[in-house]
Design a protein around this ligand. Sequence first.
Ligand code: FDA
Length: 305
Amino acid sequence: MEQLMRNFFLFLSKNKTLTKLAKKYGFKFGASRFVAGVDIDHAATKIKEINDSGYAVTIDHLGEFIDNEKEARESADECIHAMDIIKEKNLDSQISLKLTSMGLDVSEELVMENMRRILDAGKEKDVTVTIDMEDYERHRKTLDIFKELKKDYENLGTVIQAYLYETEDDIKELNEYNPYLRLVKGAYKEPQKVAYPLKKDVDENYKKVIKLNLENGNYTAIGTHDEAIIDYVKQLEDELNLSRDQFEFQMLFGIRKDLQEKLMKEGYKMRVYVPYGDDWFGYNMRRLAERPANVMFVLKGVFKK
Ligand code: FDA
């Protein structure tokens, strides 16, 4: 049953009509459980609060199915504007973005031009940019673009998904770039020929690549809410004699706040991934897919309005 619901929400997350309707009818249906606000001004207030409570942040301007040059350029402009706000308000925040929002599905020239604009602004304002990893169809292209840009920009990171069979090879391949990597389990529906179908295998592979990346000496962001994985990282901290400057934990806004607080109080660097914007539908459906029980929270949000 849970698997069926998972597939159902992942199916919804790819629906363009529902995405458009959700954008048009605004910030309803419990969107605010996972999304910080419709624009950067609302999000900035939230980020300040989060920073003041002891957490670092990375913000993500939501944007799904961008398939034309105009919207991709606007998306890049929004990232640059967000960096201005980060600098102006002295926020402790990085930026996360998706290459499809920057025009990946339009042309490689466009995505490179947008990314260079963003990274130049990031260099000037001292803001790190992480490229989120999307579905498998875009996995190779994303890594190639990351490698190309990494030659010119220090302030760049990307994401590796443990559910893919290729993950270990990717970590080995990226090692020469001294990458800033966020390691996650993976949020998309992928076929068995490219990704582990069973959670236990994903978890095992996740542990393996976390260890590998830390042993390689690369800065590692562990993006998970899974306590067993977090305990494993703590164990590695002792085993490999790691400095706490070499890794951080990251969690999504609105998820496992108790655990975020616990880790922060234990002295770990804890970064919260804060999405904002009106294009919240696909993002929220992926969160529901991860934990269908969230539907109850979302429904409560609807009835409160
Ligand atoms: P798992 O799914 O096993 O969950 C462990 C526990 O965490 C659950 O039992 C529950 O308690 C809690 N939990 C997990 N998800 C929850 C939810 N939605 N609501 C409430 N509780 C929940 N993916 C991707 O493909 N590309 C990317 O770029 C990113 N980026 C990213 C950034 C950051 C900072 C994070 C934390 C995650 C991502 N992800 C991602 C998503 C990631 O791939 C994964 O889908 C989720 O983190 C859920 O997996 P967990 O590791 O939390 O474990």
